[in-house]
Design a protein around this ligand. Structure first.
Ligand code: FES
Length: 130
């Protein structure tokens, strides 16, 4: 169990910048290099002092991302990421990388935010729900 918990976030927790109502994340935060080859991480977790919960951002391709509020919709516990799913340590609810409930007791999807990609940066609008 401990191994799983450490494995889920290690090296992927990043500090996001807040500008106005947006959380700004450089696309390069997804890059990981191996020699000359550049790979992209499937997801990153962004935390910022003014955010009550972290935001998990999944990258599907160059232009397609989802930004998920890591707050369980059951009773508000902070979720943990395991590959392409998020799991709640309190009572075991699971959500997919689009924020949809896969198993309860939670019965509502996660809050998601619109993501706009521009000039190699992601603008995540924290006011809106996508
Ligand atoms: S608070 Fe997440 S399953 Fe209960």
């Amino acid at each position: 169990m401990t191994g799983l918990v450490q494995g889920c976030i290690s090296g992927k927790l990043l500090a996001g910048k807040i500008a106005g109502d947006n959380l700004l994340v450089p696309v390069s935060d997804f890059e990981t290099k191996n020699g000359k080859d550049v790979y992209f991480k499937k997801y990153i977790v962004v935390q910022n002092d003014i955010l009550q919960y972290p935001v998990c951002i999944y990258r599907f391709n160059e232009m397609e991302y989802t930004a998920l509020w890591m707050r369980c919709t059951h009773q508000g516990t902070e979720l943990q990421v395991f590959g392409d799913r998020l799991q709640c340590p309190a009572h075991g609810s699971e959500f997919n990388s689009n924020g949809k409930v896969r198993s309860g007791p939670a019965d509502k999807d996660l809050r998601t935010f619109p993501v706009v990609v521009s000039s190699n940066e992601l603008f995540i609008d924290l006011r809106k729900q996508s």
